[in-house]
Design a binder for this molecule. Structure first.
Ligand SMILES: C[S@@+](CC[C@H](N)C(=O)[O-])C[C@H]1O[C@@H](n2cnc3c(N)ncnc32)[C@H](O)[C@@H]1O
Length: 387
């Protein structure tokens, strides 16, 4: 099994992000063969998989196809999987985990399918080299994905391991943090590239500001991680990876990066965000402050303001938040003339309380909640919607 030869690569993502992912993959010079709600497919080698892992901001996992076959029973799954040359891919000293997505009348238990695949792989390695790899649920090392739909099975090696959303900089999450891949997509949706100021009141753990800084510098997020699934494959090209990282570190935005300002009313949030920015290596690009969002200092040069307020789960919370959303509208209207405002929220009735006309409503999903990124063009005559 030679994954250095071009084969099928499937890149997965969260619902709603596939268009951003497609753009990123195409910007890296690849052709997308097909896309679905939460994944796209392209043709590539192990080297391409490493590159995708290093550069992608909005993807979850980069999966490399090992085999696809028809399968009518768990025993057949074992036999077909065991016939594949896993001993060429995984060393007996490695740790294996199997993740399954199963939608077939044949079985109703994905755990059983995972167990069959795991047994087939470790038995294959044991019969070839006399020892079997350890296995379990930790997705840190050699990870295999099974998709079993109807009578069709696909087996992939996961070259990512833990999701790419886990960038490794958010050591302190604070409350209701946005997933890093979603934050990156939100920033990409605004068209931000670092040329103009970006202000992020209600910054929480700082994810939006940090992703913005990474985008502005052109710094590949994969540089922040030291572990990927592909490092646990027998054919891992350690020298190729080292060279790729050295080249990626040289990427520097030539033009000046305008200031990024992030504030929150909660001092522990600002402390967490500052630490996280330090870990991400972008602390020098972000000015942090503790204040009510409406007192956020704005640079004289106009730019974009992105706010991710709480959306409230309980009734009391929602009625308290109504006032906050109204105040956000006032803040936009009074202080942000000439700027472009964005509000990311999962509560569309609360969004109405901003009382400004949104010029765009960009759809997203956050933890299964339908969300919108609402864009407000804030010129001095910005119209209020009736309260
Ligand atoms: C949904 S969280 C933001 C999460 C953030 N996007 C992240 O990724 O971590 C909302 C934040 O708004 C802050 N907040 C609530 N009311 C505020 C106010 N009046 N002024 C400033 N910040 C406020 C909270 O402390 C909280 O950190």
């Amino acid at each position: 099994m030679d994954l250095h030869k071009p084969g099928t690569i499937r890149v997965t993502c969260a619902p709603g992000l596939v268009d951003y992912l497609r753009r990123e993959v195409e910007d890296l010079g690849y052709r997308v063969n097909s896309s679905q709600l939460t994944s796209l497919e392209m043709t590539g080698t192990t080297r391409d998989a490493m590159r995708l892992n290093l550069f992608l901001r909005t993807g979850f996992n980069v999966l490399h196809l090992v085999a696809k076959f028809r399968c009518a029973s768990p025993d057949e799954l074992y036999k077909r999987t065991n016939a594949l040359p896993w001993d060429e891919m995984i060393s007996p000293d490695e740790y294996l985990s199997v993740v399954s997505s199963v939608n077939t009348p044949t079985i109703n238990n994905w755990r059983f399918a995972s167990l069959k695949v795991k047994d087939a792989i470790v038995d294959r390695v044991a019969s070839a080299v006399g020892r079997r790899p350890d296995s379990g649920s930790k997705r840190e090392n050699f990870v295999v994905h099974l998709y079993w739909k109807g009578d069709r099975c696909e087996l992939f090696v996961n070259t990512t391991g833990r999701k790419l959303a886990d960038r490794n900089y958010r050591k302190i999450p604070h409350k209701a943090p946005m997933q890093e891949t979603l934050a990156a997509a939100v920033i990409l949706a605004t068209g931000y590239d670092g040329a103009w100021p970006l202000v992020n009141p209600m910054c929480g753990s700082g994810t939006l500001a940090i992703e913005a800084a990474l985008i502005a510098t052109g710094r590949p997020p994969g540089l922040l991680r030291s572990n990927f699934g592909f490092m646990h494959h027998k054919a891992f090209d350690a020298d190729g990876w080292k060279t790729m990282r050295i080249e990626a570190k040289k990427i520097r935005r030539k033009a000046r990066i305008a200031r990024i300002i992030a504030t929150d009313i909660d001092p522990t949030a600002v402390e967490a965000a500052t630490q996280n920015a330090e870990t991400a290596g972008v602390r020098h690009l972000i000015d942090f402050a503790v204040c009510d969002f409406a007192d956020t200092p704005l640079p004289s040069e106009a730019g974009i303001v992105v706010i991710n307020p709480e959306y409230g789960e309980r009734l009391g919370e929602v009625s308290e938040l109504e006032r906050t959303y109204e105040r956000m509208g006032d803040f936009f209207k009074r202080r942000c003339s000439g700027w472009t405002g964005y509000v990311f929220t999962g509560n569309l009735s609360l969004a109405k309380k901003v009382h400004l006309r949104a010029s765009r409503r960009i759809e997203f999903q956050n933890a299964k909640i339908d969300c919108r990124l609402l864009k407000y063009d804030l010129y001095s005559g910005t119209r209020r919607t009736p309260p």
